[in-house]
Design a protein around this ligand. Structure first.
Ligand code: PGA
Length: 259
């Protein structure tokens, strides 16, 4: 696990954009796994900026989002599909046909989940999966208790997630179920890019990075991944115990790159 503790949320977004840009440069038809929520918004803004400056093209990129609310169609204002259009897709040169989000309004959500899983595999798998962490340690909508071997499926949201999702949207009756990639689906990505900012995430980050590997903290599954980069601001890193070691790694990294 490669842990970066950077000076601010802005620096987290820039570093994350650098990692995405490096991948896109090496592999212009890369498959990106995307997340909704507050955390990746600054990253998406930075990717839009670079795309509009002509430094980065999404024209051959294919994207797969982690999850979607059940019963919510792509045009619903609170759908994740709509959120992705607003925060990224509508502002970059990605082909909308190459942007995949589970169909939350499918008449057969169980079959939709299975076919989403199959689509990811058929396309060759995800090169880089972007992840936020919920305050309860969830990744995607894999709530505490989710099997570490889970695949894309229908999940019930926890009360904590329902509360968090309603913050700032008093009129939104958030659905209590979703289709989400499973933890094993996420771990199949060739690389993970985990982002967390703000003090509300400090406990979940510490549990995920330094706690036991457990279904009670689904984000702890990233410990199993051989290529996981975690980028934090100081507030999200506040409860970590191995900070001294992460700093040492950073010094060693800088020494190597300055040679
Ligand atoms: P947030 O959500 O980025 O809105 O905090 C993260 C998550 O729930 O995975």
């Amino acid at each position: 696990m490669d842990v970066w503790i950077l000076e601010s949320a802005e620096a987290v977004a820039v570093k994350a954009a650098d990692i995405c840009a490096d991948l896109i440069q090496q592999k212009p038809d890369a498959r990106l796994g995307l997340a909704t929520g507050t955390t990746p918004q600054a990253l998406y803004a930075e990717l839009i900026r670079r795309n509009q400056l002509g430094h980065l093209s999404f024209s051959r990129i294919e994207t797969f989002n982690l999850d979607e609310y059940l019963g919510v169609g792509p045009q619903h204002p609170q759908s994740f599909q709509q959120a992705m259009r607003n925060s990224l897709f509508a502002h970059v040169d990605v082909d909308p046909a190459n942007t995949h989000v589970p169909a939350g309004d499918s008449p057969d959500p169980v079959a939709e989940a299975a076919s989403y899983e199959a689509l990811i595999k058929a396309r060759g798998g995800i090169d880089l999966q972007i992840l936020g962490i919920g305050r309860n340690g969830h990744i995607g909508f894999n709530e505490p208790g989710s099997s570490l071997g889970s695949r894309t499926r229908v999940k019930t949201l926890s009360r904590a997630t329902l509360r968090d999702n309603r913050l700032g949207k008093p009129d939104f009756e958030a659905p209590i179920m979703a289709i989400t990639m499973g933890i094993a689906t996420i771990l199949d990505a060739k690389a993970l890019l985990v982002l967390a900012t703000g003090e509300a995430k400090a406990a979940a980050v510490a549990a995920a990075l330094e706690g036991p590997l457990t279904a009670s903290c689904p984000a702890s599954a990233i410990q199993l991944h051989p290529d996981a980069t975690v980028i934090l601001d100081p507030a999200a890193a506040a409860d970590l115990r191995l900070t001294d070691y992460y700093e040492l790694v950073d010094q060693a990294r800088r020494r190597l790159t300055s040679r």
